[in-house]
Design a protein around this ligand. Structure first.
Ligand code: NAD
Length: 367
């Protein structure tokens, strides 16, 4: 097999659905997992795409991930919903939690959705986009427990929390328009991207990782081979501060857990998420909201391109969410590249639940 396979999006969804179904999930669950993971790949976030499937299937087999679970409503205070994810597939739990929050926001204009105890909910932008598609603004703070810490506090030499993502999505303000979706890990790099770099045999950027002695390194293996190092927070003390806030809102305020001794002993990716969903028309008024969002985005994007300010080779100013949409367009046309290590792990995950390698290859149209 070539070093990297290129798979058409629908074929990749088919292969993922096939494996998730074989793990005992119902058709809806398999479809939601496949849709979510493949959209992450289409968006350029391979770290949160189909490469996660082997870990999910292992967790299903070891009964750390509960198949066909739904979120339970622990408390319903009207504009505040307190949910438990029951360690179900995060792709289902996140979807259903946002649907409950969106429905409530239609009635009340705002809903706080407190979600604890879900298996990995993947790319948080997926949930921001779901709210934006309903016409609502949303913010999401997430913490990650169930596995050892990954990120060092500013000024610290070892890891004390995870890559705690933050997302805020602003819906499109005109028909056919696009949302603004800021969706980011509070670490300099997402852990999945360290895994992708290691699988590809690449180094990560300088000033991203420290080794177990607290010294800078570009070697991704430092995160996988003991004694392990740590990822740095983005933006020094500021990103570190945001990571702590995400930990406290998502971990403590939802009734979940924060990262501390013993909380990660199960070796399972558990996410807690604190979300606020708002109908913007209920605040300053729909017309001024639409006008101001559009005017500001246009104004920002009209800044003249500067190759010294931003990624080399960039085309000038983008707003958050645009890079993902650009990659979606390109990958829908050309297919999704999956590196050989990741592809081998996916095939092995299929075998773990009784799907022969040839069957997975056929489902994905890979020869
Ligand atoms: P990233 O650095 O690739 O992008 C962060 C944000 O910056 C995005 O909103 C993107 O649209 C925007 N952006 C990128 N380039 C830009 C440019 N040139 N101009 C303007 N905006 C630009 O993302 P990341 O921090 O590597 O996070 C990757 C994914 O990992 C996210 O989807 C995040 O939700 C996910 N994640 C999930 C978990 C979890 O436990 N579930 C943990 C950590 C991260």
């Amino acid at each position: 097999m070539a070093a990297t396979v290129t798979v058409e999006a629908e074929a990749l969804r088919r292969a993922v659905r096939h494996i998730v179904l074989a793990g005992g999930s119902n058709a809806r669950e398999a479809a939601l997992v496949a849709e979510n993971l493949v959209l992450a790949n289409l968006s350029g976030h391979d770290s949160h795409g189909v490469g996660m499937l082997p870990q999910y299937i292992l967790a299903v087999v070891e009964k750390r991930l509960r198949i066909n679970a739904a979120p339970s409503v622990i408390a319903d205070h009207g504009a505040i919903l307190n949910l438990d994810g029951n360690m179900g597939y995060g792709q289902v739990i996140g979807h259903d939690a946002m649907e409950l929050g969106i429905r409530r926001t239609r009635e009340t204009g705002v809903c706080i959705v407190s979600l604890r105890n879900s298996h990995h909910i993947g790319r948080i932008g997926h949930w921001g986009e779901q709210c934006a598609a309903a016409g609502f603004v949303s913010t999401h703070y997430v913490n990650v427990v169930g596995r050892p810490p990954l990120v060092a506090p500013h000024g610290g030499a070892d890891a004390r929390f995870a890559t705690n993502p933050y997302c805020c999505a602003i819906p499109a303000t005109a028909p056919g328009g696009e949302p603004v979706v800021l969706d980011m890990a509070t670490s300099k790099i997402a852990m999945g991207k360290v895994r992708v770099a290691m699988n590809k045999g690449e180094q990560v950027a300088p000033d991203t990782l420290i080794n177990s002695n607290g010294a800078p390194t570009t070697e991704p293996r430092t995160m996988f081979e003991p004694p392990t190092g740590a990822i740095l927070a983005f933006g020094g003390h500021k990103g570190y501060g945001l990571a702590v806030i995400a930990e406290l809102l998502a971990g403590a305020m939802t009734g979940g857990v924060t990262m501390h001794d013993g909380s990660w002993a199960k070796n399972t990716i558990t996410n807690n998420m604190f979300s606020v969903i708002v109908d913007p028309a209920k605040l300053g008024g729909a017309d001024s909201w639409r006008r101001e969002v559009a005017a500001f985005v246009d104004f920002v994007k009209a800044s003249p391109p500067s190759p010294q300010n931003g990624a080399p080779g960039s085309d000038g100013v983008l707003v958050a969410g645009e890079p993902e949409r650009q990659t979606r367009k390109a990958r829908l046309a050309a297919g999704i590249p999956v590196d050989a290590t990741t592809w081998g792990e996916i095939v092995a995950a299929g075998e773990r639940v009784g799907i022969a390698a040839a069957e997975t290859l056929a489902a994905a149209g890979v020869h």
